[in-house]
Design a protein around this ligand. Structure first.
Ligand SMILES: [Zn+2]
Length: 241
């Protein structure tokens, strides 16, 4: 029988669809890129398949984020001497084995990873990732609050996650801002630019005249900050040494 996959679009998700002589629909998400594949019973039409995919969107996105995190860390060996960035500064990684709580300690030009002796690369990476998340949130909280007040906006809902192609985004309907966890690696003045940019989208969702006028007023040197940001590597895979 013909099992050549067809492609189905569900929102902005590309789904491979194979029809088979089976009773139930199977849906899978596969590494490394988080490809989505559906095997559907012959009798099920495209709309029914779409509906089944839509119902599992949250789960699909969760799996895709997991693969993304895995591919991010896979470029890192998390070993002594490796370079890692925090707020625009480069640090040499040091490793220290501990029995208690695993953590990162930053001092001088050194980033000390205190981990369990049996922690593999992924577990070591998780410790750094948690540090990035906490540190970035601690920087973002006062920044978002301060900038929102300056723009006369109510305190917005904001969250942090890994993003593949953007430093930040703004969901205007839910008034929620998303910031890329990779911002933990870039200079603070670049983070300020991203925060202001996304907050301004709550006033003007486009990059139109109003947006630019406000951006100019609140961050006069935004072009410099943006070019500095564009020099940063969005994907951690690229700054292997
Ligand atoms: Zn924008």
């Amino acid at each position: 029988m013909n099992t050549e996959p067809l492609t189905l679009r569900v929102g902005n998700l590309q789904v491979e669809l194979v029809r088979k002589d089976i009773k139930h629909l199977h849906l899978g998400v596969y590494p490394p890129a988080g490809r989505v594949r559906v095997a559907a019973p012959l009798a099920l039409d495209d709309d029914a398949v779409r509906l089944a995919v839509v119902r599992r969107l949250a789960w699909i996105h969760k799996q895709q984020r997991r693969f993304e995190a895995q591919s991010r860390q896979s470029a890192r060996e998390m070993v002594e001497g490796e370079s890692h960035y925090l707020f625009g500064r480069r640090y040499r990684l040091g490793i220290e084995y501990v029995t208690g709580r695993q953590s990162i300690r930053v001092s001088g030009g050194r980033m000390l990873l205190r981990c369990h002796a049996n922690a593999d690369t992924l577990k070591r990476w998780r410790v750094l990732e948690r540090h990035y998340r906490n540190d970035l949130k601690a920087r973002l909280a006062p920044m978002v609050e301060h900038r929102a007040a300056e723009l006369d906006l109510p305190r917005p809902d904001w969250r942090v996650r890994w993003m593949k192609t953007k430093w930040g985004s703004c969901a205007t309907h839910s008034r929620r801002l998303w910031f890329n966890l990779a911002l933990a690696r870039v200079p603070v003045e670049c983070i300020e630019y991203v925060v202001t940019h996304e907050l301004l989208h709550l006033i003007d969702p486009t990059h139109g005249e109003q947006f630019l006028t406000l951006l100019e007023r609140h961050i006069p040197d935004w072009r410099i900050r943006r070019s500095k940001l564009n020099l940063q590597i969005l994907d951690s895979d690229a700054d292997r040494h």
